[in-house]
Design a protein around this ligand. Structure first.
Ligand code: AMP
Ligand code: MG
Length: 327
């Protein structure tokens, strides 16, 4: 299959036609690029798993273009959903609800719950409005780093998908927060740009699962994700980052430090990738940095952030990319 990349002004209508005829289309969102299929078409949804090499037991998020549309996807929708929607939708949050009858089990990996999200990216919402709600995971090969540009997607899925709609670099840069509203206490299954602190303001009590998130209900979280092709570690301090770097060089390796631009001159002429100053910059740039780094270097050393909110969310991905290896 030939993979075409089109800008939004040419890609949206063509994408909508492809979706309606059961094909897969890659579209931009504010978090990462998504690999979409008509969420009501079981065959099309199954092809997502084939294209990505994704395990069957890892459910997909259904993307909608208006809050109203949730009624086609889920049933027994609690008031808390509408409170969350009013504050954070459209935006980088997926909410787990009871699955509606029209959604095939291929989407939910056999489960009775479904994750629903309304992206703030207008290209995504137009595509959905012109076609169908889209079941979509991130548009990378399973286990690889999530894509935040059309080129990242092409590098992973060339030949697997008919169309990639290019909407430029993703603004948030890490996947959506996943909030489960089917449990007694609202539970964050995956931290993201809508932080636990922000959700607590709306929901009162939100249970946070801690740094290493183990969630039976969110099957995807048990898989290795975001893994660069080369050895990757998290450095808990500048000193340990430098020690690890110098050890790698001594052994004949070519390492790189991926950091937030605050170590300053301490780093001398070592190879660095600067992610910017704020945790939001860090999130926006981290996946691009890891994709770049795995091509050019043979060890990646990433600066650890210690804060709450977005720092906590981005570190959730970084620990996974390093297989929890700390130095
Ligand atoms: P991806 O978009 O590739 O990050 O994959 C979607 C992720 O959303 C999965 O790996 C799960 O962590 C989460 N997810 C999707 N559907 C559900 C669900 N019904 N219950 C819990 N988590 C879900
Ligand atoms: Mg993914």
């Amino acid at each position: 299959m030939k993979t075409e990349i089109l800008e939004a002004k040419y890609g949206i209508e063509k994408g909508a036609r492809l979706i309606t005829s059961g094909e897969l289309v890659v579209f931009p969102t504010e978090t990462v690029y998504g690999l979409g299929a008509d969420a009501f078409n079981e065959e099309a949804v199954k092809n997502i798993f084939v294209a990505k090499g994704r395990p069957q037991d890892n459910p997909l998020i259904v993307h909608i273009s208006s809050v109203e549309q949730v009624k086609e996807i889920a049933r027994d929708i609690p008031d808390s959903f509408y409170r969350v929607a009013e504050r954070f939708m459209p935006g980088p949050i997926s909410v787990v609800l009871k699955k509606g009858d029209k959604i095939p089990y291929a989407v939910t990996a056999g489960g009775d719950t479904v994750a629903v999200r309304m992206p703030s990216n207008e290209i995504a919402r137009k595509l959905i409005a012109l076609s169908k709600p889209l079941a979509a995971p991130s548009a990378n090969k399973s286990k690889h780093i999530s894509p935040t540009t059309a080129k990242h997607v092409y590098d992973d899925l060339n030949g697997e998908v008919a169309l990639i709609i290019d909407g430029g670099a993703c603004n948030v840069g890490i996947e959506s927060t996943v909030l489960d509203l089917t449990t007694d206490i609202p539970t964050v299954l995956r931290p993201g740009a809508v932080t636990v602190e922000m959700l607590s303001e709306v929901l009162g009590e939100v249970e946070e699962k801690g740094k290493v998130i183990k969630i039976a209900k969110s099957p995807g979280m048990k898989y290795t994700h975001y893994a660069p092709k080369v050895h990757t570690v998290v450095a808990v301090s500048v000193a340990s980052a430098i020690a690890e770097y110098d050890k790698c060089v001594k052994n004949g390796g070519k390492p790189v430090l991926v950091y937030r631009g605050i170590y300053g001159d301490d780093l001398g002429d070592r190879n660095v990738i600067d992610l910017g100053r704020t945790p939001e910059d860090y999130a926006r740039s981290i996946y691009s940095a890891l994709r770049d780094a795995e091509e050019k270097y043979d060890e990646i050393i990433i600066e650890e952030l210690h804060g709450k909110g977005m720092e906590f969310s981005v570190m959730n991905r970084v620990y996974k990319s390093a297989g929890n290896k700390l130095v």
